[in-house]
Every structure is written in structure tokens, then in C-alpha cells.
Design a protein around this ligand. Structure first.
Ligand SMILES: Nc1nc2c(ncn2[C@@H]2O[C@H](COP(=O)(O)OP(=O)(O)OP(=O)(O)O)[C@@H](O)[C@H]2O)c(=O)[nH]1
Length: 426
């Protein structure tokens, strides 16, 4: 199996901020609270699209950010929730947390979805802080920050296309000119020899995986040379691209080469003869190549199409890639047996939230950090005194005051939390 992989950054939308507002009515100078809640931020959702078979698209876009929720407004109006951001992935994509390697989703069947980053909850408006004791609260929450993380996408790929042909016909040159991404080759079963693999993309954004299967020579099916190892791979490809050297290098005859390779394929496995095949006439930039091509065409069936190219000058590559993609579209997909077993979606275990931690900076300031406390901080609307007071109550409840005291903090000492500084007061 080969593994195509890419790292992407996802950020769910932050929640919208809650609003502080009051009703204004002619006969009621200071009406009740009327600040609405902020809307929820959008989730980042991965969805399987069976039309995709590589992670090619992620080479161009690696950042995915969902929208934030709308802020709450006066007159008790809530902000709108943001729509989830959908990101299409091919079937068989495994999503891991880049940092830890923990698998958070295994996306297998068409339209299957998984929330990869959860949007932040909208902050509550001041209506929600009304109580018997405080009928006109000037408190609102900011929206909760959306989750953000770097994920590693992995896709096990089989080569859709196998390049076959005699040594030195230009297979590796062709592969390197048409492919951008090189999947990592992992866990190769048969031998330590691994074919070269590349992800190819046509100009109309169809992509497929192409493998260079070197070493085919006469007698390969009987174990001559290294070709035998690679014949196993040909079996697993969906389309064969047969590369022929039209320069007649070292006096070779293109037609004989063609017949010999096809015979090797067939002798290895009868069924390889029925595999769809595209014939490529390479090195057309060389003198005499045109003549050889004519001679070659006369010897093969008139209805077999030949694609003349030069892997060197890149001539003819565009048409060739289209022809391969068209043929693949008409050829049945691989049967992914192992993935048929069951629908596998592993959801992420929620990260344990540590309340807070106290450390000291070199200047003696006390530094408070930790997921929970930082989230509370970000959700505090510091433009209203009452909100700030609520935040200090929350700190006290979490035991921050006590902990600071225990660490030796006394009146007037500086305390830091993210980009905020305040004085410790006993
Ligand atoms: N003139 C010309 N030379 C080419 C072209 N394509 C490949 N070559 C040359 O042909 C030689 C063999 O090319 P490779 O790509 O290594 O051939 P290969 O089929 O991968 O060979 P093996 O790995 O031995 O199976 C190299 O010297 C290439 O530079 C082409 O389109 N025109």
C-alpha cells in the first residue's frame, strides 16, 4: 500500500458576541435588558466525495476557516449561526491530529461526514443575566473561540495507472514530468523494491495515481530480471500505459518491443491482456521517430490509437493525460474490500481541560495559563464593568485567588493572563 498524505490547518468559527442593550420605550426611560445572544460559529466538517481519489486538491488549499457567528443585537435579537464549512475528501481518508497522531476520523462511505473542528458557542446577551437581584445587568459574554487544529490527512492509494515498457523507453521521465505529488511508499509487501508513484492531475482537475513499473524485459514472467516483482503491481492497476521508444535506440524495433511486452504481460497472467491499455509513442522529438511511428502504426490494428509524445519537450502530454483520465472514468473502481467491512468513524475524545496553571515570569510576575481559564478570558466582554466583575468571580470560584496566594502573591503584584495584566489585591 502507498500512502498519500498532507497536513492541513482547520479553524472553526468563533461564536458571535452577546450584546448589552436595554429596551427604550417612551414611557419607560430605562426598560429591561434586551441584548441578544451571539450566533454559534461554523463547524469545519469533512465530507466524503466518492468522485475524489487522491488528496491532490489539498496541495493548493491547506487552510480551512469556518465563519464566525453573528453578534447579538439590541431588541432581543440573536445573531445568526454561521453555516458549517464543508470540505470534500476522498473515500478512505484517515484524519489524525498532526501533533499526536491520534486518529479522529476514518471517512469511508459516500456523503459520510465528521466534525473536525467544532464552532464556538455564541456568547450570551444581557437578557440571560437578569436575576431577581440584578434586573438590569450590564453583562454579556463574548463568543467562545472555535476549535483550531492541524490535522494530517492520509489516504491509502493503489496505482490507477501502471507504466510498462522496456527499460530506458522513458517511463520515469514521463512520470516525473506529469506528476506533482509523490505519495510516501509504506509497508511494501513483496520486496524491498518499490515502484515510483506519482499523483497526476489533468488541466480539468481530474487526478489519478500513476506508477512506474520498471524492469520489464523478455522472460520477466519467468523471473528474469526484476520485472517479476513489478508484474504483481500491474495486476492491481486499472489501466496500463504502454510506453514505446520511437527513436529506435540501439537499433530496437518499436513493434517488436510492443509485442514482447504484451506477451510478457499475458504470460504472467492471461487477464492482463484484457486490461485497458493506452499506447504511448515516446521520444517523438528524435530524428526518425516520425518514420518509425508510421511503420509501427502499419503493423498494429488500425483501430488502436497511439499517443505520440515527448516526455522531454512535453509535447502531446495534455492529450495523453485526458485520454488516460477518460479511460479511467469508464473503468470500474478498485474494490476496497477492507473498507467494506463496516462504516468506521472514530470521533475524537474530547481533550481533557486543565483548569489553570500558575508559573512565574523572569520579572517576577505571576502567569496564569490553561485552556479553561483562557477560554473564560476570551469570552469576557471587558468593556462592561459588570462583565469584568463576573470574570473575577469566576476566577475566585476556580480557586485562582487562593492558588496565587499560596504561591506567595501579595497586594500589588502583577498577574498576567494571555495579553492582559492586572494587580493582585488580597
Ligand atoms: N530525446 C528524448 N529522450 C528521452 C525522452 N524521454 C526519456 N528520454 C531519455 O531516455 C532515457 C531513459 O529514460 P528513463 O525515463 O530513465 O527510462 P525508463 O523507462 O524509466 O527506464 P527504466 O527505469 O530503466 O525502466 C533517459 O536518458 C531520458 O533522458 C524523450 O521524450 N525524448
Amino acid at each position: 500500500m502507498f500512502v498519500d498524505q498532507v497536513k492541513v490547518y482547520v479553524k472553526a468559527g468563533d461564536g458571535g458576541n452577546g450584546s448589552v442593550a436595554f429596551r427604550r420605550e417612551i414611557y419607560e426611560p430605562k426598560g429591561g435588558p434586551a441584548g441578544g445572544d451571539g450566533g454559534n460559529g461554523g463547524d469545519v466538517v469533512f465530507e466524503v466525495d466518492e468522485g475524489l481519489n487522491t488528496l491532490m486538491d489539498f496541495r493548493y488549499q491547506r487552510h480551512f476557516k469556518a465563519k464566525r457567528g453573528e453578534n447579538g443585537m439590541g431588541k432581543s435579537m440573536h445573531g445568526k449561526n454561521a453555516d458549517p464549512l464543508k470540505v470534500s475528501v476522498p473515500p478512505g481518508t484517515t484524519v489524525k491530529i498532526a501533533e499526536t497522531g491520534e486518529v479522529i476520523a476514518d471517512l469511508v462511505t459516500h456523503k459520510q461526514t465528521a466534525i473536525i473542528a467544532k464552532g464556538g458557542r455564541g456568547g450570551r446577551g444581557n437578557i440571560r443575566f437578569t436575576s431577581a437581584r440584578n434586573r438590569a445587568p450590564e453583562i454579556a459574554e463574548n463568543g467562545e473561540p472555535g476549535e483550531e487544529l492541524e490535522v494530517q490527512l492520509e489516504l491509502k492509494v493503489l496505482a490507477d495507472v501502471g507504466l510498462v515498457g522496456f527499460p530506458s523507453v522513458g517511463k520515469s521521465t514521463l512520470l516525473s514530468t506529469v506528476s506533482a505529488a509523490r505519495p510516501k511508499i509504506a509497508d511494501y509487501h513483496f520486496t524491498t523494491l518499490a515502484p515510483n508513484l506519482g499523483v497526476v492531475e489533468t488541466s480539468d482537475h481530474r487526478s489519478f495515481v500513476m506508477a512506474d513499473l520498471p524492469g520489464l524485459i523478455e522472460g520477466a514472467h519467468e523471473g528474469v530480471g526484476l520485472g517479476y516483482q513489478f508484474l504483481k503491481h500491474v495486476e492491481r492497476t486499472r489501466v496500463i500505459v504502454h510506453v514505446i521508444d520511437m527513436s529506435s535506440f540501439e537499433g530496437r524495433d518499436p513493434y517488436e518491443d510492443y509485442v514482447t511486452i504484451n506477451r510478457e504481460l499475458k504470460q504472467y497472467d492471461q487477464r492482463l491482456e484484457e486490461k485497458p491499455q493506452i499506447i504511448v509513442a515516446n521520444k517523438m522529438d528524435m530524428p526518425e521517430a516520425e518514420n518509425h511511428l508510421q511503420g509501427f502504426k502499419e503493423k498494429i490494428d488500425a483501430d488502436i490509437q497511439v499517443y505520440p509524445i515527448s516526455a522531454f519537450t512535453k509535447e502531446g502530454l495534455h492529450d495523453l493525460l485526458f485520454a488516460i483520465a477518460d479511460l479511467l472514468d469508464k473503468t470500474p473502481k478498485f474494490e476496497m474490500q477492507e473498507e467494506k467491512e463496516e462504516e468506521r468513524v472514530v470521533y475524537r475524545h474530547k481533550q481533557e481541560e486543565d483548569d489553570f496553571k500558575i508559573t512565574r515570569d523572569s520579572d517576577g510576575a505571576y502567569v496564569i495559563s490553561g485552556n479553561k481559564i483562557e477560554r473564560l478570558f476570551k469570552m469576557t466582554d471587558f468593556s462592561h464593568d459588570e462583565s469584568v466583575q463576573r470574570f473575577s468571580r469566576q476566577l475566585r470560584k476556580l480557586g485562582v485567588d487562593n492558588a496565587l496566594r499560596k504561591r506567595g502573591a501579595s497586594d500589588g503584584d502583577t498577574v498576567r493572563l494571555l495579553d492582559f495584566e492586572f494587580e493582585f489585591i488580597e
